[in-house]
Design a protein around this ligand. Structure first.
Ligand code: URP
Ligand code: ZN
Length: 459
C-alpha cells in the first residue's frame, strides 16, 4: 500500500545528528526515516535535494488575537507556517477588568481556554495554550486541575502590568502547581522599580524611545526572576522563565538550576540579534518588555544557550500595527513586536552561519526542547509514530526580510532590511503542506488544539 508522501534526497536534522535520509509520512504521521531504497511507494514524492529536513519548529511564547496582538488565528498561524513553525503555544486569559483588558466582566481560566479554542478554529498550524492568571483571586486555585484536564498544563504569571501578581499570591499558586506537577511560567520584571522609573521619566519628559531601556533595567529583571525561581524551588514546582533578556537575569536562573530538573528558561530571537541601538533606529517599533539590551547581553544569551542554562528561543510574537507605535512618547506605545515569520531564518543566520552553532543545536532550542518542556510528546522530532510536522529549509538561499512579505496583520518588522542566508521552503503540519515557497497553500482549520501532557523534566 502506498503512503501519502516520501521526502527524498534531503539532509535530516534531529536534536543530536544530521544524516542523508528519506522521510515517509502517512495519515499525518511519520512512518519511516531511512535509505531511499527502503521507503514505501508514495502518492507524492518530494525532491529535497540540497535542503535540510527538520522537525517543525515549536514556539512556546506567542500572543494572538488578544490585548497583545491584532493577529487572528488565521494571520498568526499563516506567519508561523511561512516561518517553519508548526506548533505554537498562545495564552488563555483569565478575564479581568482594567485599562489593558479587552473584557467587560471577570471570568475563569477555563472560559479563557474555550474562548481561545473558538478563535483557533481558523488555525493552519497546531496550537496549545498556557493559562494566564491575571488576578489575585484564590478561586483560581480550585480550577487549575480542571484546566490541566483540558490539556493546558502550564500557568503564566506576570509581575508587571496591571495583571501583575504579588509574591505572596504567586507563592500560593506555585504550591498548587507543585501539587499538580504542572509548570509555572513567569514574566519577571520588578514592577515597583519599573513603575517608579517610568513615572520619573514621564515627569522629566523623557519620552524619546532611546530612554525606554533605562526604565526597565536589567537588574529589575534579575531581582524579580530571583524571587520567582526561589519561590518555585521552595515549593518544588517546575519553573519556566520567559523572555530572558540579559546576563544578570540569565545568571540568576543558571545559579538555581542545580541538578537541572526544575528550572527551564527561554530567550527570544530579538534578544539574540538586536541591541539597544535599535531604539534610535526604529523607535517604538522595538518597544518590547523586557527591553532590548546591550551587545554584551546578546553574548550572554548565546553563552547560556551553549551551556544549556537557557533551553529555548521563542518569539514573544505580538502582531501590532504601526499606528499603535506612532505615538509621541514611548509609554503610549503598544509593547511587543511580531517575529513568527522571521525567527527561524534570523536565528539560523546568526547562530549557525555567523557563530558556528550546529544544526542539531537549532533543532534543540527551537523544536525538541520546547516539546519536551511543555508536554508535547508527538512533536519536536522526526521519530516514526510522531506527528508529521516537517520543515524543508534551504540553508544556502539568501534573501532580505521585509514587512511587505508579512502574513501577520503587523505592518512592520524589527528585522526590516536584514539580509539572511537560509530560507523556509516547505512546511508540513501533520503531513499536510501548509506553506510552500513563501505562499500559504494550506487551509484555515487544518490546525488543531493540542492537549498537552504533564511534562516529566527528570528525563
Ligand atoms: O512587550 C511584550 N513582551 N509584550 C507582550 C506581553 C509580554 O510581556 O509578554
Ligand atoms: Zn512578558
Amino acid at each position: 500500500m502506498a503512503v501519502d508522501t516520501v521526502i527524498n534526497g534531503g539532509t535530516v536534522v534531529t536534536d543530536s545528528a544530521m544524516f542523508e535520509a528519506s522521510v515517509a509520512m502517512n495519515d499525518g504521521t511519520i512512518v519511516a526515516v531511512g535509505d531511499a531504497d527502503s521507503m514505501p511507494d508514495a502518492d507524492e514524492v518530494v525532491d529535497a535535494t540540497g535542503l535540510l529536513v527538520m522537525p517543525g519548529m515549536i514556539d512556546p511564547h506567542v500572543h494572538i488575537d488578544d490585548q497583545f496582538s491584532v493577529d487572528t488565528y488565521e494571520t498568526g498561524t499563516s506567519a508561523a507556517a511561512l516561518g517553519g513553525i508548526t506548533t505554537y503555544i498562545d495564552f488563555a486569559w483569565q478575564a479581568w477588568l482594567g485599562d489593558l483588558s479587552p473584557f467587560d466582566a471577570e471570568g475563569t481560566l477555563l472560559e479563557g481556554v474555550r474562548r481561545k479554542q473558538q478563535k483557533g478554529e481558523t488555525a493552519l498550524i497546531d496550537y496549545s495554550l498556557h493559562g494566564a492568571i491575571t488576578r489575585e483571586d484564590p478561586e483560581v486555585l480550585d480550577e487549575l486541575a480542571d484546566v490541566i484536564d483540558a490539556g493546558v498544563t502550564s500557568f503564566k504569571m506576570f509581575t508587571a502590568y496591571e495583571i501583575g501578581l504579588g509574591n505572596g499570591f504567586m507563592n500560593r499558586v506555585l504550591e498548587r502547581i507543585a501539587e499538580l506537577d504542572a509548570v509555572g511560567v513567569f514574566h519577571t520584571e520588578d514592577a515597583s522599580i519599573c513603575d517608579e522609573l517610568t513615572a520619573l521619566f514621564q515627569e522629566e519628559g523623557k519620552g524619546d524611545p532611546t530612554w525606554y531601556p533605562q526604565s526597565r533595567p536589567d537588574y529589575a529583571e534579575a531581582m524579580s526572576a530571583e524571587d520567582a525561581v526561589r519561590m518555585a524551588q521552595e515549593a518544588g514546582a517546575k519553573y519556566y522563565g520567559i523572555h530572558t533578556s540579559n546576563r544578570k537575569a540569565a545568571d540568576v536562573l543558571a545559579d538555581f538550576r542545580g541538578d537541572g530538573s526544575m528550572v527551564r528558561a527561554e530567550t527570544c530571537t530579538h534578544y539574540l540579534v538586536l541591541d539597544d541601538s535599535i531604539y534610535g533606529e526604529l523607535g517604538n517599533q522595538a518597544m518590547i518588555a523586557p527591553p532590548i539590551r546591550k551587545p554584551d547581553d546578546n553574548e550572554a544569551m548565546f553563552e547560556h544557550l551553549r551551556h544549556g542554562s537557557l533551553d529555548v528561543v521563542s518569539t514573544d510574537h505580538c502582531g501590532y500595527k504601526l499606528e499603535s507605535k506612532n505615538v509621541e512618547n514611548w509609554w503610549e506605545s503598544t509593547f511587543g513586536a511580531n517575529g513568527l515569520q522571521a525567527s527561524l531564518p534570523v536565528v539560523h543566520d546568526e547562530a549557525v552561519n555567523n557563530r558556528g552553532f550546529s544544526y542539531p543545536f537549532l533543532v534543540r532550542v527551537m523544536s525538541t526542547n520546547p516539546a519536551k518542556i511543555f508536554g508535547l510528546p508527538n512533536k519536536g522530532n522526526l521519530n516514526p509514530g510522531t506527528d508529521a510536522d516537517v520543515v524543508l529549509f534551504d540553508p544556502n538561499e539568501t534573501y532580505t526580510i521585509t514587512a511587505a512579505d508579512n502574513a501577520s496583520e503587523a505592518d512592520f518588522s524589527i528585522y526590516e532590511g536584514r539580509e539572511v542566508t537560509g530560507r523556509v521552503k516547505q512546511t508540513y503540519v501533520r503531513g499536510e503542506l501548509v506553506a510552500k515557497d513563501g505562499e500559504i497553500v494550506g487551509s484555515p482549520g487544518h490546525g488543531k488544539f493540542i492537549e498537552r501532557t504533564l511534562p516529566d523534566w527528570s528525563v
